[in-house]
Design a protein around this ligand. Structure first.
Ligand SMILES: N[C@@H]1[C@@H](O)[C@H](O)[C@@H](COP(=O)(O)O)O[C@@H]1O
Length: 261
């Protein structure tokens, strides 16, 4: 696992956008894994800026979403499909038909989850998966206790996650759905490169466990320790509980630029 401590989310976004631009250069039909939440927003801003400047094109790219709330109306602004359209897909030239997500309105949820897994396989797998992390260490919506071998399925959200996300629902916990569909931890682990972004003090404990704790379903993000190519980008606040912070800094500072992330 590579750990990068950067000054702020803009600096993080530049590093991640550089990696995505390099990927698109060598593979114009790259498969991106896109995440919701506030953590990836600066990355989407940076990609939109580079697209507007003519520096990158996502015309051939494909994208798969991590997760979706169950039961939110098709036009609900917090439906993750709509959030991804607003924050990412609608700001670049990706073909909307090439952006897929789990169907939180499916009548047959197990069938929809199986079909989603197959769609990712049929696309050749995800090249780079952008991830955030919940304060309880969840990735996508794999809450504590999630099987480390899980695939796309329905999950019950914890009260903590619903409270964390209530800010997107007028601060009203009752409006936050209780269930979601989410890629499983094994689904996420199948991506060729994982890029996890975390900023702010509220993430410091989860980041510490993810990077330096024991691998455990109680801190689902610890599964990244088993990935051969995982990059974790954090700001100073999110890094504040890391025991080996100075080692990570030295390692990144002495890394040749040509290596990228
Ligand atoms: N399902 C999403 C996760 O993918 C995201 O990582 C997490 C953290 O969100 P934020 O980046 O806003 O802190 O929120 C939600 O639970």
């Amino acid at each position: 696992m590579e750990l990068i401590i950067a000054p702020d989310s803009r600096a993080i976004a530049t590093i991640v956008a550089d990696a995505i631009a390099a990927l698109l250069d060598r593979k114009p039909d790259a498969v991106l894994g896109v995440a919701t939440g506030s953590s990836p927003l600066a990355i989407y801003d940076e990609l939109a800026t580079r697209y507007a400047a003519g520096a990158i094109s996502l015309a051939g790219a494909r994208a798969f979403m991590l997760d979706e709330y169950v039961g939110l109306a098709a036009d609900h602004p917090q439906r993750y499909r709509n959030v991804i359209e607003t924050e990412f897909a609608g700001r670049v030239d990706i073909d909307p038909a090439n952006v897929q997500g789990p169907d939180g309105l499916a009548a047959d949820i197990p069938a929809a989850c199986a079909a989603y897994e197959q769609a990712i396989v049929d696309a050749g797998g995800v090249d780079v998966q952008i991830l955030g992390i919940g304060t309880d260490g969840h990735i996508a919506f794999n809450e504590p206790g999630s099987s480390l071998a899980s695939r796309t399925r329905i999950k019950t959200l914890t009260v903590q996650t619903r409270q964390d996300n209530a800010r997107f629902f007028d601060g009203d916990l009752e409006q936050v759905p209780t269930h979601c569909l989410t890629q499983g931890l094994a689904t996420i682990m199948s991506a060729r490169h994982l890029v996890l972004v975390a900023t702010g003090l509220a993430k410091a404990e989860a980041v510490h466990h993810m990077v330096e704790g024991s691998v455990s379903a109680m801190w689902p993000a610890t599964i990244l320790q088993h990935h051969p190519h995982a990059t974790v980008l954090v700001d100073e606040a999110a890094a504040s509980r890391l025991q080996l912070a100075s080692y990570y800094r030295q390692t990144y500072e002495s890394k040749p630029a040509w290596q990228g992330i």
